[in-house]
Write a protein that binds this ligand. Structure first.
Ligand SMILES: *[C@@H]1O[C@H](CO)[C@@H](O)[C@H](O)[C@H]1NC(C)=O
Ligand SMILES: *[C@@H]1O[C@H](CO)[C@@H](O)[C@H](O)[C@H]1NC(C)=O
Ligand SMILES: *[C@@H]1O[C@H](CO)[C@@H](O)[C@H](O)[C@H]1NC(C)=O
Length: 351
């Protein structure tokens, strides 16, 4: 290689380092990495053989009317958190070509609709949490080192970045709740929650071992209250409390499980989001949050979306509108109670 070429190679490398570092100065953290299911999928499922794919109208109607594969009319919770952190919305891993992945130093989204914590949770092709972490491992080993001059710098970057996990609902909807009807082989709800939380913990440990320190863990919400599960009678509608009671142990046990994890993983920091109480608060006084409808899907018969999308809690029978995600993101980012023991802003600033 001629001196001239070496000069350019060095120049390109330092330019990349500059680009990678310049995010740090504008943003609160260097990167946001996202793991999860359809609540935060930004388009991974577009590239998979599955029916759980929403790259068609009316999804994305408020995302410049582009159906990106987000299960919403607009941005997801993870997208909004990225923006609040001063970062670009993390692109879907499978939406970026193999040769371009290394250029993304501000975070990647590995989330995949219809998958869960367990490998056995799926409905068609999707990325299980294990698969998502395998892809992240490849990011850390093959892609990111090209942006950093030393292992120390990469380690520092990873330790400052935020890792958001929003997963577990499908382990109930597509797995436990169905299995229970058929076989009851996963034990009672307490036992199943313990099993899921053990698996989730070992996944978080893998991210920690790769360098992650700051985690946001979203609990499983009141599934019995989504339009697909509520009980509708002619003059009456209510959450399916039987379903909620089966799901609740996961969220109840999550803080204790995280506490144990925190004590095992030195230097780790956690933000937990428990949506059960806050959901109740919204449903009890929807007008306080700008909603006129917290029961029905905005998208009606024939796939026609409602006009007043900011007044609807749900966009389809299982997913929230952008308006809903904004409310949760605002409160989790800088509020109290919904996210604890640190809100995301505090998580970003704590060393
Ligand atoms: C949004 O896109 C759909 C499908 O491509 C199209 O039918 C519709 O007219 C578009 N709406 C707006 C407001 O551009
Ligand atoms: C999922 O499968 C992988 C390999 O295919 C295995 O290593 C892992 O332990 C499995 N995880 C769960 C939660 O079953
Ligand atoms: C499932 O198992 C639990 C105990 O683990 C039992 O209480 C319950 O009745 C069983 N349900 C069915 C549908 O067999």
């Amino acid at each position: 290689m001629s001196i001239f070429n070496i000069f350019w190679v060095i120049n390109i490398i330092s330019l990349q380092v500059f680009l990678a570092n310049s995010y740090c100065t504008k943003s609160l953290v260097p990167a946001l990495y996202v793991f999860g299911d359809s609540t935060v999928d930004a388009g991974n499922n577009n590239n998979l053989n599955t029916n759980a794919k929403v790259n068609t109208f009316p999804y994305g109607i408020d995302f410049n009317n582009v159906s990106t594969g987000r299960f919403s009319n607009g941005k997801t919770f993870a997208d909004i958190i990225a923006i609040k952190l001063g970062l670009p919305m993390p692109p879907p891993y499978l939406g970026v070509s193999t040769t371009e992945r290394y250029q993304i130093a501000s975070g990647i989204n590995y989330a995949s609709g219809s998958c869960g914590i367990l490998n056995s949770t799926r409905n068609g092709e999707c990325l299980s949490l294990d698969q998502q972490i395998e892809y992240f491992t490849s990011t850390v080993i093959n892609d990111l080192p090209r942006n950093f001059r030393s292992k120390t710098k990469l380690r520092h970057y990873l330790s400052k970045s935020i890792f958001l996990l929003s997963i577990g609902a499908n382990d109930y909807m597509l797995n436990y709740l169905k299995q229970e009807i058929i076989t009851n082989k996963s034990g009672n709800p307490e036992e199943f929650a313990d099993y899921l939380l053990d698996q989730l913990s070992s996944s978080i440990k893998k991210i920690y071992e790769l360098g992650g320190r700051k985690f946001v863990v979203i609990g499983v919400g009141p599934i019995g209250c989504i339009p697909g599960f509520i009980i509708r009678k002619p003059n009456f509608q209510d959450c399916n409390e039987d379903v909620n009671q089966k799901v609740k142990p996961f969220t109840n046990k999550l803080p204790m499980k995280i506490q144990v994890l925190k004590s095992q993983l030195s230097g780790s920091l956690f933000t937990i989001m428990d949506t059960f109480e806050f959901f109740k608060e919204i449903r009890n006084s929807p007008e306080k949050f700008g909603f006129t409808n917290t029961w029905d899907s905005c998208v009606g018969e024939g796939g026609k979306p409602c006009e007043n999308r900011r007044q609807y809690y749900f966009y389809d029978s299982a997913h929230s509108t952008e308006a809903t995600s904004e409310i949760y993101a605002n409160k989790c980012f800088s509020g109290t109670h919904l996210c604890f023991p640190l809100n995301i802003e505090q998580l970003a600033h704590t060393h």
